[in-house]
Ligand binder design. Structure first.
Ligand code: FES
Ligand SMILES: [Fe+2]
Length: 411
């Protein structure tokens, strides 16, 4: 697919209820998004503390299109370093994860400590008095770029910005409390996988905030009474409008008539093995399903007892990568562990939910190539505001995403 630039959108005049399709299909905006969003004043999610439990443990990942190393240094502090050698720019760590006591560039073997300080230049003094680096070479000027790091409830966020608000303030009180309630315990990793999304990264972040689609696209949810619009629930939006929680509460009685005339209820279908969706009571509140979406790239999932974090990584204008980490707790009984695994089957790329979200993203991407300037999405469900509401028949959180986007892109 080619992405010919057709227009320049005035981001300062962006109407969050009418988003030009070109923002998803025109590669013109990519570099700006990297500089102003992923390298701008945002906290970008890049992993979990339990992925790097011991000193020297590292993982490699991306902040937008910048490769980074997320590691636990020898003083037990978490560091996020740009994975780019100061010599010629080679990746330093090229494996997904590992354990090291220093960082060695594969090209000319420059060596850095785990804070990113350059410690050794191979053949710095030359050989037999010839060659080597000049006297005025200052090691301190050639450290790896080190990002600001914030951890919260075991989640690791990083930022390129010099000054950032505290992560709690950035998340907002409601989101902060909901994250703590969901994963602020001794968690363990049940599994990980990656999913290639054939759509612009912003379409997926919109999807995670789009409570309107959940029970319409995902017929499974409705049919097996996991998430329906006749259940109580709503959208909680952070103070600044950037972050959101879509939540569903359990009900005693279902009202199938809500879905009369819609295609999404298949009342005559039942599961051969109902244990696939059997949930155990985990939280004090009645929330049985919630999706928390933090700008720009973090998602926390609670679908029944299936808990997961998702990290979204843009891969060019037409593609993104979704990294899933499924979670349980250290205290889970064997039955609870099994229930989480069974329920997680519904969600991942081999299940139903993500398969459907994946294909719908690609349907949009295919539908919006080469738009005209006036071709825009309609994001008016529930009005035009960005505000918390006790309803999920709303696109308020999608508008919140665009509020954050336009705020960053104008900086
Ligand atoms: S590129 Fe890293 S040592 Fe040369
Ligand atoms: Fe979905």
């Amino acid at each position: 697919m080619s992405n010919t630039h057709i227009q320049t959108i005035d981001i300062s005049a962006l109407n969050t209820s009418r988003i030009p399709y070109a923002l998803h299909s025109d590669s013109f905006y990519e570099a700006d998004e990297q500089r102003k969003i992923f390298e701008g004043k945002t906290w970008v999610f890049c992993g979990l503390e339990i992925e790097i439990p011991k000193q020297g443990d590292y993982k490699t990942t991306w902040i937008g299109s910048t490769p980074v190393i997320v590691l636990r240094d020898l003083s037990n502090n978490i560091q996020v370093l740009v994975n780019r050698c100061s010599h010629k720019g080679s990746l330093i760590c090229y494996k997904a994860k590992g354990t090291v006591d220093s960082l060695h560039c594969p090209y000319h073997n420059w060596i850095y400590d785990l804070q990113g300080n350059l410690k050794k230049v191979a053949f710095a003094a030359g050989v037999r008095g010839k060659g080597g680096i000049p006297q005025d070479f200052n090691y301190a000027e050639h450290s790896l770029r080190s990002l600001k790091v914030a951890t919260f409830s075991g989640l690791i966020f990083a930022s390129f910005a010099e000054t950032m608000p505290d992560i709690r303030e950035y998340l907002g009180l409601g989101v902060q409390k909901h994250i703590e309630r969901t994963v602020g315990r001794k968690m363990k990793i049940l599994g990980t996988y990656k999913q290639t999304m054939h759509n612009n990264w912003k379409l997926y972040m919109e999807n995670t905030r789009d409570s309107y689609h959940a029970s319409l696209l995902h017929v499974f949810f409705t049919t097996f009474r996991l998430n329906r619009l006749d259940m109580e629930g709503g959208m909680a939006i952070s103070e600044n409008g950037w972050n959101s929680i879509s939540y569903t509460e359990s009900v005693d009685q279902f009202d199938d008539s809500v879905y009369d005339g819609n295609r999404s209820l298949k009342a005559d279908v039942s599961l051969a093995d109902p244990s696939m969706v059997k949930q155990f009571k985990e939280f004090e509140d009645n929330i049985v399903s919630s999706i928390t979406s933090v700008f720009p790239n973090f998602i926390l999932q609670q679908i029944g007892n299936s808990l997961a974090v998702r990290q979204l990584i843009p891969k060019g204008v037409n593609e993104s990568e979704l990294v899933w980490t499924l979670l349980g707790t250290e205290d889970d009984t064997d039955e609870e562990h099994l229930a989480r695994l069974k329920q997680s089957n519904l969600v991942g790329p081999a299940g139903l939910v993500s398969l459907e979200d994946g294909i719908i993203g690609s349907f949009i991407q295919r539908g919006i190539q080469h738009p005209q300037a006036e071709d825009k999405a309609v994001i008016r469900m529930g009005g035009d505001e960005v505000a918390s509401v006790k309803s999920r028949v709303t696109e308020t959180a999608v508008r919140g995403f665009w509020k954050a986007y336009s705020s960053c892109m104008q900086d």
